[in-house]
Design a protein around this ligand. Structure first.
Ligand SMILES: [Zn+2]
Length: 270
């Protein structure tokens, strides 16, 4: 099962003159193709052949969810668009086809490339066992292929991977070691759980955060304020906090005019 994602990567981009990041030992080749790291955190995505068929729409939704729950959740990466591709579309072009999922390049070399990524939603001719577990497979494939799309090479390609894992070496090699060797990586064919069950390992998270930054802390805006209900005469209308709102404690005839005063130390839009 763990060989299910068989990625075909064409054209090794680095044949000579490999440039290593500062501080990286020369023997530590692997994991990321440094030159393929995107210069932006916002990467457009489009579909080459979206269709109305239920399985098609569902597969596209699962793909997007998988990316949200993994690479986007743990880094500043944001994948945008997700509409039908045009010839002008930038970013990652995804074709849906019943064949082995793969990317044609790593990272930003996919920018604008027609059919740059291929994913499978039907599993009639490839990955037949996935026909029973479509969501699991579609999400796992998305997590793995988007790993390539943000510049990760196969973890088993590393020179420090065990020999039996290196025997499964496939696709373009990386040139920069970002973390120690990681058996649990979603990018490792040797992982006993197929593509890590679609969940980033602790070291996958460390790696993507080194490349694209940890998610920004959401700014918490304190909107604490006092509320006062007043009649036109400025007399207070007693009220008590109830659930998510307020209830006046006295009854007033309909048509009574009143105002709500909100007081807080800093300006805010309501
Ligand atoms: Zn792969």
């Amino acid at each position: 099962m763990h060989r299910l994602v068989h990625c075909i990567l064409w054209g090794t981009l680095l044949s000579a003159g490999v440039v290593l990041a500062p501080g990286v030992e020369a023997q530590n080749r692997a994991v990321v193709l440094q030159s393929a790291v995107w210069d932006t955190h916002e990467i457009p995505v489009c579909w080459e052949n979206p269709a109305d068929a239920p399985l098609n729409g569902q597969g596209r939704q699962w793909t997007r969810e998988a990316v949200q729950e993994t690479w986007e959740r743990y880094s500043q990466l944001r994948f945008t668009g997700w509409q039908a591709c045009t010839t002008q579309s930038r970013g990652i072009h995804i074709r849906i086809a019943d064949e082995g999922p793969h990317v044609k390049r790593l990272g930003k070399y996919l920018d604008g490339m027609p059919d740059g990524m291929v994913v499978n939603f039907t599993f009639r001719r490839w990955g037949l066992s996935c026909a029973e577990t479509q969501e699991y497979c579609i999400k796992g494939i998305a997590t793995h292929e988007f790993g390539h799309a943000v510049s990760f090479a196969h973890e088993q390609n590393r020179p420090d991977a065990p020999a039996e894992c290196r025997a499964e070496r496939a696709g373009t090699d990386g040139d920069v070691l970002v973390t120690p060797y990681d058996l649990s990586s979603v990018m490792n064919y040797c992982n006993p759980r197929w593509v890590g069950n679609g969940k980033l390992s602790a070291l996958d998270i460390v790696a993507v955060q080194k490349l694209y930054g940890a998610p920004r802390q959401e700014q918490v805006v304190d909107l604490a304020a006092t509320m006062r209900f007043e009649l036109a005469s400025k007399a207070e209308m007693p009220a008590r906090h109830q659930g998510r709102g307020y209830a006046l404690t006295h009854a007033y005839p309909s048509g009574t005019q009143f105002q709500i005063l909100i007081t807080r130390p800093q300006p805010a839009y309501v």
